[in-house]
Design a protein around this ligand. Structure first.
Ligand SMILES: Cc1cc2nc3c(=O)[nH]c(=O)nc-3n(C[C@H](O)[C@H](O)[C@H](O)COP(=O)(O)O)c2cc1C
Length: 315
């Protein structure tokens, strides 16, 4: 083998039948078309636009974002231009890129999820659907879907009936047993799991004594949530055989590798892109450097390879 062949590294991974050129993709809601000014989308594993709803939505009261120690809280409330705009403008826009387009869907009912999945899933330009069953910023059902195993299973089943596209269930971390929800999504027919959406949180301005978020509570993201997400990936890896997309607090390649070792096949990056606009492509470069340092030729050699013994339960 010559030197250049030896240096070659394979970054390809798959989520069900969805083949990805590498494991790094943006997180829905923290990625937009304007980011093409700073990064080459074709270097990413996939493009994942903001969650789309059936009808246009204004979103929540302002302020919708605030900074907290090691992260941010947002309560955007799925501001959306609606499915018609998405079909006419958003999907055609991404057509010029060669990487897969993953469409994130948010809906008010199981039937509406199925209706949207059938329409969007029928498009050749769309490689996979990510079902946002976990938004903490919506009243009632927006959060409730992913909190209940029975609802999660039924929702996946209904959507599975209407499309053959790979289905990724984006889970909520705001649950007692993430394993239970993961297994329910798998039983319903999911091809992959996204772990996870934001952690329900609150911050107060002590001078005005008002919540820092107009909607009082919102979703925490960024480095503050990473250890929680790592734990959940590790737990789900033991309960489900589905590939996992890790999401929450990844700021660089070290964080991404940590997620992969915990059991993630791919990694999404959200908040980091607000801090560093080239975080996605920088992370990919960091991963390559790590693999060269440790003489790892295939990223798949790292998935779930944390060397952990069984946790001891104190008597
Ligand atoms: C401003 C903002 C908007 C978001 N909007 C969505 C959304 O529309 N759909 C969704 O599934 N997740 C949304 N999220 C959650 C992210 O996709 C991601 O799950 C979360 O931010 C954790 O990853 P991070 O720590 O890398 O940001 C949003 C997050 C932020 C910060």
């Amino acid at each position: 083998m010559n030197q250049s062949a030896k240096d070659e590294i394979n970054l390809e991974v798959s989520i069900g039948s969805l083949k990805l050129p590498n494991p790094i993709m943006p997180a829905s809601g923290a990625f937009g078309e304007d980011m093409d000014q700073v990064i080459d989308f074709d270097q990413l594993a996939a493009v994942v636009p903001k969650s789309i709803t059936k009808y246009p939505r204004k979103g929540n009261r302002t302020p919708r974002v605030c900074e907290v120690t090691a992260g941010m809280i947002n309560s955007i409330g799925i501001q959306s231009k609606g499915i018609d705009y998405y079909l006419k403008k958003t999907i055609p826009y991404y057509k010029k890129y060669h990487v897969p387009l993953i469409s994130s869907i948010s809906a008010d009912s199981i039937d509406e999820f199925a209706e949207m999945a059938e329409i969007i899933g029928s498009l050749e330009e769309v490689a996979a659907l990510e079902l946002n069953i976990s938004c903490p910023n919506l009243k009632g059902n927006g959060l409730a879907f992913g909190l209940d195993p029975e609802t999660t299973r039924n929702l996946l089943r209904k959507v599975r009936e209407v499309t053959d596209k790979p289905l990724i269930a984006k889970l909520s971390p705001n649950v007692t047993s993430i394993q239970e929800i993961a297994v329910a999504a798998e039983e319903g027919g999911a091809d992959g799991l996204n772990i996870a959406n934001t952690v329900l949180a609150m911050a107060i301005d002590i001078h005005t004594r008002k919540p820092k978020i107009g909607n009082v509570m919102g979703g925490l993201s960024g480095p503050a949530v990473k250890p929680i997400i790592i734990r959940m990936i590790y737990q789900v890896r033991q309960a489900s055989s589905l590939p996992i997309i890790g999401c929450g607090g990844v700021m660089n390649g070290e964080d991404a590798i940590e997620m992969i070792l915990a059991g993630a096949t791919a990694v999404q990056i959200g908040t980091a892109s607000f801090v560093n606009p080239t975080a996605l492509t920088d992370t990919l470069e960091d991963i390559k450097a790590y693999m060269r340092t440790y003489h790892i030729s295939d990223i798949r050699e790292l998935i779930g390879k944390v060397m952990a013994s069984e946790p001891i339960v104190a008597e």
